[in-house]
Design a protein around this ligand. Sequence first.
Ligand code: ZN
Length: 487
Amino acid sequence: MEREEEQGKKQGHRWVWWLAAVLLVLTAAGGIALCWGNQFSLSLLLEGDGEMFLEYGQRYAEPGVRPVFAGTKLLRGGITPEVSVETHNGINPDRLGRYTVTYYADFHGHRASAERVVWVVDTVCPVIELVPGPDRLPGPGEHYEEDGYRAVDNYDGDITDRVVRTELEGKILYAVADSSGNPCYAERLLPGYDPIRPEITLEGDARMVISAGTFFEEPGYHAWDNVDGDMTDQVEIEGEVLWYKPGTYPIFYTATDSNGNISTVVRSVEVMGQPRVAPVEPEGKVIYLTFDDGPGPYTLALLDVLDKYDVKATFFVVDNGYDDVMREIVRRGHSIGIHTMSHAYGDIYASPEAYFEDLYGMQRRIADITGVETTLMRFPGGGSNTISCPNPGIMTLLTEAVQDAGFQYFDWNVDSNDAGGAKTANTVRENIITGVQGKRFSVVLQHDIHAYSVDAVEGVIRWGLDNGYTFLPLTGDSPTCHHGVRN
Ligand code: ZN
């Protein structure tokens, strides 16, 4: 029984050994199966790029390689073995070109090699140096004498002879490329070259319209130049506005800068004339009594005589201090017209400006005193005067100008001659009556600053009324009896 038990124990141990042997066999078979066909190899992995660019002159810094030993089945992740790498580097950083760096390694019979391409390149542009020019300004169209230039490249050295020089307007362009094709440009602005014209700006409108007889006042202008700055005071003005004569007048404003650039702008001024009033011939026989150069000391008496016969006359007045009488003339229903402020022939006929200043001055005086803004007027000396001859043509100009400005000027067709040879009331009266006869209408010239002339009026009125004449004041459309202009 005990033996059987021992026998049984022995048999149990044997079973364990068998099991161990089987496991060992299976493990060995698995290992052999696993290693069957496995191949190891050595490779070199490049650190950094496989193709590198090295600037000319720059030292090559080796990025290195990493050896890797790996198997196709075992050690598939690879290991980095301790192995020396042989590096062949033929790079000459002072010569442009393509170079290769090769790497070799040997590990227990496994060999590996790798290659890296390295380019030595030149990407640095050449430099163009310009010899400074003088400050002298070449005038317009003047040739510029080259002051010199030099082109230097970091690789090619002096490449001045390769520079392409192009003369453009106001500047010179220099261009060059090195042997690697790197370009360089330089520009020389010609000293003082100034293609920019002055700029003229007009104040007020470029197209203006003014009424004839209105003085033209330059509204102003400015000129500015990029080089010369403010050159308003150098603007030349050409063209004249005949402010008294209808028409369109160009004014040219011209500025020339110090480099000869010219600008011109134009302003056009249209002078508009007033439409003229056509005189209307009165019905029946009419006498227009007119009195110049007053009011004076005898004018009030004259007004009384006129009132007595309910006759209205016309007074071409001057500025002589008889303001109350002037007011009375208007109050009593007579026509009032402008004669002159100064009655100084030499002054008023010196120029259109002088004449119109006098005319407007008297118009304002009358308006201030009487409230009437009259456009009726009579030229000192009449439209046919020759006392204005020191200024040739002035009456030709003024006789038109006053009408374009909206005035009606009156001459006369009967002269009492009270400013000439007639020195008595009788003579004055006879001169008038003689003159009036045979005329359908008469514009009679008298001066109420002469007592004898004023004294003649009652006789004239009586004779006129007796002979079927009507006495009328002048109005804007009355006959003007213009004289032939002689200056
Ligand atoms: Zn006069």
